[in-house]
Design a protein around this ligand. Structure first.
Ligand SMILES: *Cc1c(COP(=O)(O)O)cnc(C)c1O
Length: 387
């Protein structure tokens, strides 16, 4: 729960806004760093999860690298202070301009998602007189047991190179003078809570790694992506993801040669719990069967429920400790002209009134960064605790 100090601070800020608990963020980053260091694992933060400046500054200070999925993310990462040799650039559709700019910055590695992209990067690198470090993103056909819209490692997904295309990839790599293969890359999906998915990934990585090594390729880096999930139901009870258990799986199941680096790209698990969307009840609408709380925040501020039917815990923070009753459930909706603009259906809440403050928890990942201007909404602002 929020402290009374924080709550009184909320009263003076115009809603809606994002609230970041920077102390919790720091604790999370520190916990992840310590767990990774134990195995000498390298973490790159997936910037797309949250590129709020205060957030990425903290991430940078912790010593992580940056995993970027657009040219602007690459620029931003370097601007904030990430050393270019800790920046990787993934994405299924990198434009020529984005590639050239990243080449000029001498980033650590391009995670390449198709054979044609390999050829294009080789050509552009030749024109710039550079050698591009690349890792092949391979689609391991591993099910992440997560929501279909955030599964990325199946053959039907658009991401990565499929295994049957590896011989063709190897051909291109061998004849491309301006490419330097650093390793192989995988990312099977997001919000993965069944850790068995990562075991299956390790088995696949070992197999594919052997395939490359048998053909004389030296792999300096095995990049296993991100995807570690958080528990959206237990924001208070488990505010920090179990990084220990996660890394331990890779230590146990991944075959690693001496000198081979293991890289991770975590996004959500590092930032999700430290953010909340704070909003006010504008109206209470009582129907015959339904009660609605109409908030001043909507899918334009937090799109996850509309985009992937995501669950977020919703609390009336103006009435801490007030009783809820089985008989009083609210559909919690926003003001946007879309039926999917709904944060939760049949949510058990204490009786709520116009003006009450509502917190939508665990909104630090894929929240603020997905905000849109739809309906010509105001730009969402952020408030921070700690420093
Ligand atoms: C989104 C993404 C990540 C981070 O995923 P999380 O679920 O937030 O950990 C990592 N790598 C790549 C290539 C991604 O696209």
């Amino acid at each position: 729960m929020f402290s009374s100090n924080t709550l009184s601070r909320f009263q003076s800020v115009e809603t809606p806004f994002y609230y970041y608990d920077l102390q919790l963020l720091q604790q999370t980053l520190t916990a992840c760093k310590a767990a990774a260091d134990k195995y000498d694992f390298h973490v790159h933060y997936a910037m797309k999860a949250n590129f709020n400046e205060k957030v990425i500054q903290k991430v940078q200070q912790t010593g992580f690298g940056a995993d970027c999925v657009s040219g602007n993310e690459v620029k931003k990462a370097i601007e904030i202070g990430f050393s270019p040799d800790k920046v990787v650039f993934a994405g299924v559709g990198k434009s020529d301009r984005e590639i050239v700019e990243a080449l000029e910055q001498n980033i650590f590695c391009f995670n390449v998602e198709s054979i044609q992209e390999l050829e294009v990067i080789n050509d552009l690198a030749a024109k710039c007189g550079k050698k591009a470090r690349v890792a092949i993103r391979i689609n391991p056909n591993v099910d992440a047991y997560t929501h279909a819209n955030i599964t990325t490692g199946l053959e039907e997904n658009k991401f990565g190179v499929n295994q049957w295309d590896l011989p063709a990839c190897a051909e291109v790599l061998k004849k491309s003078a301006n490419l330097d293969l650093t390793g192989i890359h995988f990312h099977i999906g997001s919000q993965i809570t069944n850790l068995n998915a990562f075991k299956s990934l390790c088995v696949k990585v070992n197999e594919i790694k052997a395939w490359f090594e048998e053909r004389g390729f030296v792999l300096h880096v095995l990049n296993v992506g991100g995807g570690l999930g958080v528990d959206y139901h237990t924001t208070e009870e488990t505010p920090i993801a179990d990084f220990e258990a996660y890394f331990q799986i890779f230590d146990e199941f991944l075959e690693r040669k001496s000198g081979q680096e293991i890289h991770f790209e975590l996004g959500r698990a590092l930032v999700a719990h430290s953010g909340s969307l704070i909003s006010r009840v504008l109206y209470v609408k009582n129907g015959i069967k339904k009660h609605f709380l109409v908030l001043d925040a909507g899918m334009t501020e937090l799109m996850r429920p509309a985009l992937y039917q995501a669950y977020h815990k919703i609390e009336n923070i103006s009435r801490p400790g007030a009783q809820t009753s089985e008989d009083l459930k609210y559909d919690i909706v926003g003001p946007i002209c879309e039926s999917t603009d709904c944060f939760g259906k049949e949510v058990e809440m204490p009786e709520s009134f116009r003006g009450d403050l509502i917190a939508i928890r665990t909104a630090g990942a894929y929240g603020e960064v997905m905000a849109s201007k739809y309906n010509l909404r105001e730009q969402i602002v952020s408030v921070y605790s700690g420093s």
